[in-house]
Unconditional design. Sequence first.
Length: 484
Amino acid sequence: MAIRVKTTRRKVFEHDAPMRVVAVLGGRLSEEGRLLDSELDGAIGQILKETKFKGEFGTTMHLPLPRLQVLLVGLGRLRGHRLGDVRLAGVRVAEAIVERGVREAAVENFLAARFGKRETSRALAEGLYLGGYRFNKYQGGGKPPRARFVIAQGYGPAAEQAGQLAAGVYFARDLVNEPPNVLNPVELARRAEAMAREAGLEARVLGPEEIQELGMGAYWAVAKGSDNEPRFIELVYRPPQPSARRLALVGKGLTFDTGGYSLKPPEAMKTMKGDMAGAAAVIGAMQVVAALKPPVEVRAYVAAAENMISGHAYRVDDVIRAMNGKTIEVLNTDAEGRLTLADALAYASRAEPDAIVEISTLTGSCVVALGREVAGLFAADEALGRGVQRAAEAAGEKVWPMPMEEAYRRKLNSKVADLANVGDRNGGAIQAALFLAEFAEAPFVHLDIAGPGFAPAAEEHPYGPAGGTGFGVRTLVQWVLDQA
Ligand code: BES
Ligand code: MN
Ligand code: ZN
């Protein structure tokens, strides 16, 4: 990664980086800031007095002093912080520094006295990595920003772990950001395999013949309309000591979603390269799991496909059969994600996992309900749902529980098949979750990330630029670590 975060025992004023970053808390310089200020003969305090920088949370002010540059970061009021605020402050710092093209900065270990330097080092390093991400390979010059951050009085191992986590998030973001003419299902599988080889994971990749032989008729129906072949991807992490506990991660992997014959209008089709954000999240999470080596077995599954129109494409009114034998009436070819996931969940269930966490950009309905920054959490198993929610909180990713309202199951009743792939408009995200639950034969949680998986604008992404967010990587990793 072009962003690197290290730690030092020294204080910010003792470091020799050309840029020093200190906090403003309750409108006043932090202790580190005051030490730096006295080293600079009160220049910072003077400017603070003269300008109207209030130090509101997340705001920054750049001071190009004669001897060195200083970046002030507002941490808002004196009290009431959460550890996650340190992560968010780190994001703002990285953004300010990357925008300025600064190559090295010494950063105060914000709020270390309050939360302990180990925890704040981890949160700050995460924020610095996440905020420093850019995807510019297709633009003139096309190199990611290079910057080195040094956390003053930081805890090295925590920063290192943050780096491993960030690598998984970067990988996921890159997968989402790649245009769909480059990242088709074949390329997604290739990159997942290459990562697996590097990280020491097992990888199994299936093509059209095997998909059909296995009876994955729902997945195949979606996939067969495209000239780009589908790829079913399975990644396996086996812990150093054999473990009885087995976890499954399933991600939606539509490398592009036109809607099929239930064609999307042009505006809605924009950003549909991001319809594999769930797949990216599980693949990114597996990279981190391989690095952190928790004592549980984890398998990841992605039924990668492209939802296109052609003489081979599936139609409305088709009846298809999923791997578990259930038949599905297709009433809308744009409700394709749940069809690919039906077979992925049925396949995952065969390994008899203790839990399945599935993540997908599944419904516009969930975006209407929760907006762009909050994922919907649908738990068929309450305890599992609470565990995933707790993990998301710790990771700083916003998820909110939604009801798996059984009364709506009848909306999916079909006159010709075991179930229909859509019901009506009302509670669409819930119906989608109920549909998926029909195919998972283990304690099951569904995360609908149609909102937070892809940020059309940076304002809607708290941890980085517009585009792929990598949402879910950190939650999934945290959840896996919690199972140990
Ligand atoms: N990939 C979309 C869902 C989506 C919408 C993701 C907006 C990201 C942003 C999914 O395949 C889809 O088209 N869902 C339909 C379902 C409907 C036909 C029941 C939708 O949400 O409109
Ligand atoms: Mn769709
Ligand atoms: Zn889709």
